[in-house]
Design a protein around this ligand. Sequence first.
Ligand code: ADP
Length: 303
Amino acid sequence: KIAIVGSTNMDMVVKAERIPVPGETTLASQFFMNPGGKGANQAVTVARLGGDALFITKVGNDVFGRQASRLFDEEGIDSRFMLEDPELPSGVALITVDKEGENSIVVSQGANKALLPDDFTQPLLHELEQCKMVLMQFEIPMETVHFIARYAASKGLKVIINPAPVQELPGSLYPYIDILTPNKIEAGLLARVEIKDTETAKTAAGVLLARGIKKVIITLGAEGALIGDESGMTLIPALKVSPVDTTAAGDVFNGALVVALANDKPVADAIRFACRAAAISTTRQGAQASIPYYNEVIAGVMR
Ligand code: ADP
């Protein structure tokens, strides 16, 4: 079983010619409301790719929370530990996508901000201990990520952290991390290295490894992903596709990566599988709507 501890949001997406600059108003050509949140997207990816997903998240006592709960059931995600905050609204994300498929996102965390270490009661911790690995992102409080990373590591689970949206990690968190999976921008900010090409990505990976992480995987969009660990650095190329919406590419990458690792695939193979799944998702609209199923990844169904 794979535990995912993270956010649930409702994504409100507008498609526009371009992303407006500050002070500008632009007209959208389309509007969609899609279930999202990095945690939920990654949990749905795990489930669609055949993984056994335990999703720990917090929503509000509102229509978005109830809808999310229904969707997780339909996806076959174990959401017995989906928590509900009595006061805060569910998280929402406001997303603008331009005609190139590039995006710009503002997140209102709502109940996600209230997922705290105290929520991890004995039954929940017991359930977590049965898992092989735990995957987290930064749309929930850092103290929760830190608490779970330390707890999970002490119980022998692999800890995979997708540092998005990027925030400074406490130095004490690094040693609990088996795999850190930043994108280019996140890796650049965390390592304080401007990533312009593969060489500078390798420099950033080196800086992050020196902080005590076992492996770092930097996703490089259409370039693919760079894996760095004590045995060296390798670039795994992306699939060539024509993206229409890259909203959940990183989430699909992370979900697919942990499914392959949970199936004991070597990390390079797991990254190839993740690149394939993520590339397919960029050829489709939306966050969860774009997440492929296992057979589609194997067959390379772009749609
Ligand atoms: P994020 O979505 O978090 O910004 P990236 O843009 O690095 O992360 O994308 C994550 C992964 O998705 C990449 O490693 C790659 O495998 C795949 N991907 C993203 N954009 C493209 C693209 N334009 N073509 C092919 N694959 C892509």
